[in-house]
Design a binder for this molecule. Sequence first.
Ligand code: GDP
Ligand code: MG
Length: 597
Amino acid sequence: TELDRIRNFSIVAHIDHGKSTLADRLIQLTGTVAQRDMKEQILDSMDIERERGITIKANTVRIDYPAKDGKTYVLNLIDTPGHVDFAYEVSRSMRAVEGSLLVVDASQGVEAQTLANVYQAIDAGHEIVPVLNKIDLPAAEPERVKEQIEDVIGLDAHDAVLISAKSGLGIPEVLEAIVTRLPAPKGDRNAPLKAMLVDSWYDPYLGVVVMIRVMDGVIRKGDRIKMMQTGAIYGVDKLAVLKPQMVDIEELGPGEIGIWTGSIKQVRDTRVGDTITTEKKGCETPLPGFKPAQPVVFCGLFPVDANDFEDLRDAIEKLQLNDASFSSEMETSAALGFGFRCGFLGLLHLEVIRDRLEREYDLDLITTAPSVVYKIFLRDGTMQELHNPADMPDLTHVDHIEEPRIKATIMVPDEYLGDVLKLCQDRRGVQLNLTYAGNRAMVEYDLPLNEVVFDFYDRLKSITKGYASFDYQLTGYAEDYLVKMSILVNDEPVDALSMMVHRDRAEMRGRAMVEKLKDLIPRHMFKIPIQAAIGGRVIARETLSAMRKDVTAKCYGGDATRKRKLLDKQKAGKKKMRQFGKVEIPQAAFISALKMD
Ligand code: GDP
Ligand code: MG
């Protein structure tokens, strides 16, 4: 395809502003997918995306569009996730395209992730076309939102495209805007092959699938190519474009996006951001690599059944191929055996990865209490990073502890501002800035990451009835009075539940934890004390009373099936439990216990 007939773009927006629905309409109107195969949010192909109604992975589709000028264009569309935990996925995708459609819900206006995503597009040097969606809604105020885009983002919005992705209104205008207002890619067909490895995933039939964006040169089926960073060499067995299912193609030239496979054995050979060239007469200098993602939340993942350890290792390796932003390292725990310490970009990211491991690889996992990374400065002048509270050195060696801090940007309607300020204050926040954009306040806070990571977003949503939006960035480390709080169940410490807390908040968190655990741990035949302690000092305590009767006793009479069902259910529940000394703790306890109400 000639360069001037190609347009590559991403769709960026705050969550729920309608990116995926717009992608649907573009796919539908151009007949890319047959009407009978069309479904809502067609690009969100993972079960977990469809269930949660959110986009997690950036998804690509190639569209043929016959434009008003009589020429047919190839459009490569990348739909991106909106949640802050997946910002890395967005930044990576943006490097593969030249333009962005900035979708803003005309009834909501600019939100925190609208800003975060549009700044990423600007950083990537994109041409940006603003699109105001949901103008079918009575509450839509396109003129006000245009002004807001100009005031808050500083982007010319006078010729924003007004659409309803739901009804299809304005979609032909979006297609024309893509062709006339976004730039064509640049590249040299006669230069050596230079392609960017944008994404990769494991397919049970095809093996490792690699998505690339060609910068210069041409890649053909049968070529022998080299990954510049890893030095690995493979033959191109299959070359295809995504429409969105794979359609084989003979070659991909400059500006084109597609996938290839080549019986890649070593999952580690494919690194997102790597440059791909031909084995012989390849290009000299690689593309600038991607900035690696920095995991901020760590937790342990252990198989419920110790025999599944190798399967877990294999599953993690395959999933990492598809998500370069999560890290892993082997870990052993006295209570849980062999597992992995994994790093994530946030708690939603953690939940998604755990879910995918369980579903896509059929594993039962135990997740230990998540923790941020602390810097422990020792009296001997050295510093060590603490990824796991269980590894906290003896206090007599510790000089001081630093924790990660963030700059949070929260946008909220005026009437909820007071509650938001209180929430931030309660979480040890320091206010940095407060400005207004129309009747929405935009407030910036300096906050400790560990106060934000677990349930801040949920709390914020609930106190503002869903109207607040939130985004954050890591800023650095600062010293504070932090201690390790241990949890003892039946007088035995449960390492997987120990956590770092601020000293002033330890009693409150300790009390909340033991109360939660009392509800989460099933009764046993004996009394179980549940305690929170700092060093040797108990700061909170609850007692779980002993079980009096057999569970089946409440099925009086002799309904055998009901009795059996109850026992089956108990057995299934047991699978998700772990023995700590004499006590069984259900896996749900490890994360639930940390969420504060
Ligand atoms: P995304 O998170 O940006 O991908 O947003 P989705 O495309 O998943 O849309 C979020 C919700 O808004 C869904 O329930 C859509 O049906 C709805 N929606 C999308 N576009 C429109 C629109 O033009 N009008 C109305 N009324 N609802 C829309
Ligand atoms: Mg979406």
